[in-house]
Design a protein around this ligand. Structure first.
Ligand code: NAP
Length: 296
């Protein structure tokens, strides 16, 4: 396949390399305009064409791996070049980016993906695959539903990949985990495992209760006890890890809060559900972000 990866950061470079290794013609579209992008993984250096308009036009699949808040701006100026048949797959944390691009891609098959692989770029052209994980993909529209073959394509490149018939359900479960772990660890600047301490329990219970109320209103199937157990399992399994929002805050980068807690709050408002605990965390992160902006 002709595959274009928009946003060759950590996760985008990982997939670009793995898809190229498995025999596809892969190009990237980064923020920088150099005609080639090189990235080292292990001992090998991989080279991709970069920023070529022809690669947009000829793409069978465009994999968008920018952060949730970058999706609209990354796609906006490229859409006139995108073929109406090209499959678009958005792979990022959080939910709601589709709402920001809805009008841009009326005819294209659109897929959503979420991955638990870990990737890190210690330098602009170096990549470390920090952790094996699994990837879920699923359809965001009817045309996307006809693209199940991509499970095999992606699984062959970097297993394990599952096709999820209701990807929105899986994304909501992930959102619930992220609403608890991301803002709390970012504000406290602690590793995920700290949240297992008893002092956090009451707050986490209130956060989960609010998320559950919104998930119920959204008709997302779940059981409270299982969701709670799953969140604590993730806290335990990733106890040494620093969440992405923790890292964004410690580097004074814009976070994905608008597409995690912010998305929950937007959906809660729609259903007239109060989510004060989540709103307090949202405001705290926004205040931190604004304090850096005012320093620039
Ligand atoms: N890294 C992980 O281990 C991991 C794991 C699971 C999920 N995720 C999720 O995957 C998403 C991407 O994360 P990441 O860690 O890969 O972030 P990242 O390294 O910052 O990658 C994003 C890339 O997109 C580029 N970009 C931004 N705006 C662009 C535009 N308009 N056009 C083209 N390229 C643009 C960025 O360029 P600049 O560098 O120049 O800004 C950067 O190279 C996030 O939602 C994250 O939460 C990450």
């Amino acid at each position: 396949m002709n595959i274009l990866v928009i946003g060759p950061g950590a996760i985008g470079s990982l997939w670009a390399i793995k898809l190229q290794q498995s025999g596809h013609q892969v190009a990237v579209f980064g923020r920088h305009t150099a005609p080639h992008y090189q990235c080292q993984l292990g001992e090998s250096i991989y080279t991709f064409a970069n920023h070529q308009v022809d690669d947009i036009r000829h793409a069978d699949l465009i994999l968008v791996t920018v952060k949730a808040w970058q999706v609209a701006s990354a796609l906006e100026r490229l859409t006139p070049q995108i073929n109406p048949d090209t499959i678009i797959m958005l792979m990022h944390n959080g939910m709601g980016s589709l709402d920001t691009i809805g009008a841009l891609l009326q005819t294209n098959p659109v897929l959503l993906a979420t991955t638990t692989h870990g990737a890190f770029k210690p330098a602009p052209s170096q990549l470390i695959h920090t952790g094996q994980g699994e990837t879920l993909i699923g359809a965001a529209n009817a045309q996307g539903g006809r693209c199940q073959f991509l499970r095999d394509v992606f699984d062959h490149a970097l297993p394990t990949v599952h096709w999820h018939p209701q990807i929105e359900h899986a994304l909501w479960h992930k959102l619930a985990v992220n609403c608890v772990i991301n803002p709390l660890t970012a504000i406290r600047q602690c590793p995920n495992g700290t949240l297992a301490h008893p002092e956090y329990q009451a707050r986490i219970t209130r956060l989960i209760a609010e998320v559950s109320a919104v998930m119920t209103a959204e008709k997302i199937p779940f059981q409270l006890a299982q969701l709670t157990a799953h969140i604590y399992q993730v806290i335990a399994a990733t106890s040494e890890n620093l969440s992405s929002m923790h890292q964004d805050v410690s580097h004074r980068r814009k976070t994905e809060i608008d597409f995690i807690t912010g998305y929950l709050i937007r959906r809660a408002k729609k259903h007239d559900i109060a989510v004060p605990e989540n709103e307090a965390l949202y405001q705290h992160i926004k205040t931190l972000e604004q304090s850096w902006e005012s320093l620039i």
